[in-house]
Structures are given as C-alpha cells and as structure tokens.
Design a protein around this ligand. Structure first.
Ligand SMILES: Cc1cc2nc3c(=O)[nH]c(=O)nc-3n(C[C@H](O)[C@H](O)[C@H](O)COP(=O)(O)OP(=O)(O)OC[C@H]3O[C@@H](n4cnc5c(N)ncnc54)[C@H](O)[C@@H]3O)c2cc1C
Length: 380
C-alpha cells in the first residue's frame, strides 16, 4: 500500500526488500543453526545506510522521519529470521536513541558513527535475573569512584551480547531510591571484570545471540554516563517507546508474511477433492486474520502519526504492543494449523515463525505490563 509513504520511502522499501531477499534470506538457515549472525551482516547494513535512519547527518545518519523507520521495520520483518530482525533493531532503535536523545556531544561523536556504520554492535542491558518487568528493583550497582564508576551486578537475556562491542547498561547509582536511582552507562566489551556467557536453547529467535552478563567491580569511565545521574529511568521509559514501536512494525509485517505463506499453501493443498483455500471455513479464517492484521498495522501507523506530530504516543504504543503481539501470535497459531502436519516440521517457515513470534508477548515489556500502562492512563 502506498499510503502514507513518500516516493523516496517507496524506493527505500524496494532496496531493503532486495537486501532481505537476496543477501539475508538465502543464508538465514545457516545462521539460525549457528544461533548468531556474522558481524559482517551489521557492517553491510551500515554500508547500505540502514543503521542510522533517524540519526543526525553529522554522525553519518540520514536524519529521516519515523515513516522511513516504519519502512525499514516492515521490510526487515519479512526476513525469514526474526531473530536477525530483532538484533538489527536493537542496534538502530533500541540503543542508538539513548545517545541521540540524551547523550553528550562527546559520547555521540565517539559512539554513533561506528554504530551507524555497523563497525560496532550494541546491546541494551536492562533485565536482571530477579526481574525484567519491575525495573525499579534492579540490583546492579554503579558506584562512583573518582573518574570512573565501579559496576557490579548481573543481567540476563541480553540480545546481541555475543556479537556486541557496546553495552547500554542500566544500573543503580543511588541504591535506595528505587526508580529515581537508576543511571545509564555505556560499557565497552573489553572492560576488566566484565564477562559474557551465552544463553542457549531458546524457544525461538535463534538468529539472535543472547547472553548473560556479569560485572564484578568493572571500571566504567565517568564520561560514559548517558545524560544525568539518576535520570536513567526516565530515559528508559522514553526509549522503550521506540523499542516497542519498532517491534510492533516488524512483528506485524512478519505476521503478514506468514499469512501470505499460508494463503499460498492453502491454494496449493488439495483435500476432499478441492483446494484447502476453497473451504469456506478456511477463507473466512484467512479473511479474519487479514482484518486483524490490518487493524494492527493501522495502530502502528497511528502511533507513527502521533510521534511525527510531536504528540504523546505512550498510551498508543502500549496498546500497539499488546494488540500487535496478540494478533501476531494468533496468526502464527492459525497459519501453523492450516499447514497441518507440515506446519509442525521445519520444511516450511511457519514452524520457525511460530517459535519466534511468541517472544513479543514477553520481550520489550510484557503484555501485562502494557495493560498496566493503559489502565493507569484510563485512571483505573
Ligand atoms: C529472547 C529474549 C531476548 C531479550 N532481549 C533483551 C535485551 O536485549 N535486553 C534486556 O534488557 N532484556 C531482554 N529480554 C528480557 C525481557 O525484556 C524480559 O524477559 C521481560 O521484560 C520480562 O521480564 P522477566 O522475564 O523477568 O519476567 P517477570 O518480570 O518476572 O514477569 C513474569 C510474569 O509476570 C507478568 N507481570 C509483570 N507485571 C505484571 C503485573 N503488573 N501484573 C500481572 N502480571 C505481571 C509478566 O507479564 C510475566 O508474565 C529478552 C528476553 C528474551 C526471552
């Protein structure tokens, strides 16, 4: 659909689609089996200008608007490895915005250009073994000691961790102050006292590497503090909007791809003397899924419109995250069912999609967390 995209964005869409079809999809089975994508994939994406869509031009970005981000997410969402999609979005929209929106000029100048070129890969580091939803309870501590912070604590489920060079870490700089005591620091991979262990055997998202991080009195230069001390929770809340929004744009497009695959399958498969797609129950189910996906997509576009207009988009983003994840998971279940036994083996993409997409009811803020945000906004 052309609306609401400009001619430039339509051209951009074609270039991302070509990249996904020609340079990623032929190799994703191998990367999924390895549980990680080669670092060169990020460098290639940087070379093509995909990693700095909304970043300032002076750091190598394109300074484009949110609709270009939507195009990128929608086309990356069609990649046959949703793990790879997630890893690339961590780089573009889940870490870089902390620097762009709140970082000092020195930090931006140092870290944005290599992130935009894909030379350095980044991770967002919030979740701890004791809990991800209740961020205010985090126990990782960054204690100021002269010209550096001494970082101690543990983090889990960190996407890109094995590939990453830069870690955007949330830690307590004032332990007893709940959410008012959190700060954000950039930690480099080779920091002494910092170790990374792979977290393997995930249900899905095998094309993304996941790690467990431990910090034991790891020294982090004081200038690597993003923004102000103890303002981290506010930065996280702001940045999580980007994170959830791009996840919604990508997962809705992934689900659209799965639906198109299922339609193709239903048109090919014959049973009881007719095509599967000719049974009214099949046609109605496919039509119902398309209707829900369209509603999900329009909610994504509504959020984009609000962001572009400078309005508060937080409630819409929360609604979007809860709704898109539900629709995508429902689509995965229904499309797998349509494939019958073939849906249960790896011959078709639907099995992988079914495993991958389930994450989005949990990751980046669970559905229950989204309903908490919405209920609070409703005054209940
Ligand atoms: C593959 C993968 C990749 C990830 N990548 C990253 C990453 O890159 N960086 C990062 O920081 N984290 C990452 N995460 C962590 C993810 O964001 C957390 O798993 C998520 O925030 C939930 O936290 P938790 O697992 O501790 O569950 P908990 O917070 O313990 O939640 C347990 C259950 O309680 C529910 N719940 C929460 N609040 C309420 C409430 N108010 N009322 C009722 N029920 C509630 C939750 O919805 C959930 O069902 C990743 C996770 C996975 C699985």
């Amino acid at each position: 659909m052309d609306w609401p995209f400009s001619e430039t964005q339509r051209i951009f869409r074609r270039s991302v689609r070509k990249f996904v079809n020609e340079e990623l999809n032929p190799q994703v089975d191998e990367w999924e089996a390895q549980g990680i994508v080669p670092k060169e994939v990020f460098r290639r994406m940087g070379e093509l200008g995909f990693l700095g869509i909304r970043a300032p031009e002076r750091y190598g970005g394109a300074e484009a608007d949110i609709w270009s981000t939507v195009v990128f997410c929608e086309e990356m969402g069609r990649c046959r490895s949703r793990g790879l999609t997630m890893g690339s979005l961590v780089q573009t929209d889940m870490t870089a915005p902390y620097l762009i929106d709140f970082g000092s000029e020195a930090l931006k100048a140092r870290y944005l250009p290599p992130m935009i070129s894909g030379e350095k890969i980044a991770s967002i580091v919030l979740t701890e073994p004791g809990g991800g939803s209740d961020l205010a309870r985090m126990r990782t501590v960054a204690k100021r000691q002269g010209d550096h912070y001494s970082l101690t604590g543990a983090k889990v489920f960190i996407t890109n961790a094995l590939n990453a060079d830069l870690f955007f870490v949330a830690a307590k700089t004032a332990l007893e102050q709940g959410h008012r005591g959190i700060s954000m620091l950039i930690v480099e991979r080779d920091t002494p006292g910092f170790t990374i262990e792979p977290m393997k055997q995930k249900l899905g998202m095998h094309g993304s590497d996941t790690g467990e991080l431990t910090f034991e009195n790891a020294p982090v230069p004081a200038e690597n503090l993003i923004g102000e001390e103890n303002r981290g929770f506010y930065y996280i809340l702001r940045s999580l909007m980007n994170e959830r929004f791009v996840a919604c744009a990508a997962m809705t497009s992934s689900a659209q791809q799965a639906l198109e695959d299922a339609i193709q399958y239903a048109q090919d498969r014959e049973l009881f003397g007719q095509k599967l797609s000719e049974f009214q129950v099949t046609r109605h189910r496919l039509a119902q899924l398309q209707t829900k996906l369209e509603a999900a997509r329009q909610l994504v576009y509504y959020a984009a419109q609000q962001q572009a207009a400078g309005e508060d988009w937080s409630t819409t983003v929360a609604m979007c995250k809860a709704f898109c994840a539900d629709v995508a998971v429902e689509t995965s279940d229904a499309c797998l069912q349509l494939h019958g036994g073939y849906g249960y083996i790896e011959e078709y993409d639907i099995a992988r999609f079914y495993r991958d997409i389930r994450l989005w009811k949990i990751g980046g803020g669970s559905t229950e967390t989204m309903y908490e945000i919405i209920a609070k906004r409703m005054g209940i």
